[in-house]
Design a protein. Structure first.
Length: 256
């Protein structure tokens, strides 16, 4: 009897130890096209309802407006946070249409700090910069995670620079989950460069753009190679509130 009690106690301790070093997360990456569908109809409320329904833990958003005339002069991240009940941060790419245009993060868990990075952008031959938004998240298992989102350029030469800058930005010991619209196809040189440090959670999935009869996959979820234990139920819902389809992944991260 004593042996059985000791074995049961040992199993409980083992389960507790594993729980401390592993965390399951539902992650979404979504280019929300300034809160409008492909016909420029405002769908921000529908997007918020979808995210709330999904019960996601972390959401990386691209093409987010803040107080822009074209989207009704609303703070879109604030609206989405109110609908979903999640914490949020926003980072501006640049001033646009009376407000700002950039990236956003929604988190079910507390955001300890916002990490405002920069990646190279080229416009009319002039070197500029875009935002790389990160957030340090406190997870239920007591661990810390850097969750981030990016939106890469349309030309490959700039994307190669951006991929290198992204790798440099995340040279830390904290595990990373990176979401975004990378404007690149799987297997391209810029994606191979990112794969030196990250593992794609969804490399075998179908197309994400456009929403109707999609023809290419340019949206991805990446994680630190050493921290991805497994990716479950990774899929692309048929949600047509933007000009991109959202991408969902259930991740199990190991913090050993």
């Amino acid at each position: 009897m004593n042996y059985k009690i000791l074995l049961f106690a040992f199993c409980l301790l083992l389960v507790k130890e594993q729980a401390l070093h592993a965390q399951s997360l539902k992650v979404i990456s979504y280019n929300i096209h300034h809160g409008a569908d492909k016909n420029e109809v405002n769908t921000l409320e529908e997007m918020g309802a979808y995210i709330k329904r999904s019960q996601a833990d972390l959401v990386g958003l691209q093409e987010v407006d803040s107080m822009c005339n074209r989207s009704g002069n609303v703070d879109q991240m604030k609206v989405l946070a109110e609908i979903t009940g999640m914490h949020y941060v926003f980072l501006r790419h640049f001033a646009y249409d009376g407000g700002a245009y950039g990236l956003g993060i929604l988190s079910k868990y507390p955001i300890n700090s916002q990490q405002n990075g920069k990646i190279t952008s080229m416009k009319n031959g002039e070197k500029k910069s875009l935002g790389l938004l990160g957030a340090r998240i406190s997870l239920p298992n007591g661990q810390q995670l850097d969750f981030a989102t990016v939106h890469y350029a349309l030309d490959q030469s700039t994307r190669m620079i951006q991929a290198a800058e992204t790798l440099d930005f995340f040279k830390k010991d904290v595990p990373v989950v990176l979401t975004g619209d990378f404007n690149a196809l799987p297997g391209t040189d810029e994606m191979k460069l990112l794969s030196q440090q990250f593992k794609m959670a969804d490399e075998n999935l179908g197309f994400t753009f456009p929403t109707i009869n999609p023809v290419k996959k340019i949206d991805f979820i990446w994680t630190s190679k050493k921290n991805l234990e497994k990716a479950n139920r990774v899929h692309i819902p048929s949600i047509h509130w933007s000009d991109h389809l959202p991408l969902e992944a259930h991740l199990v991260l190991n913090f050993n």
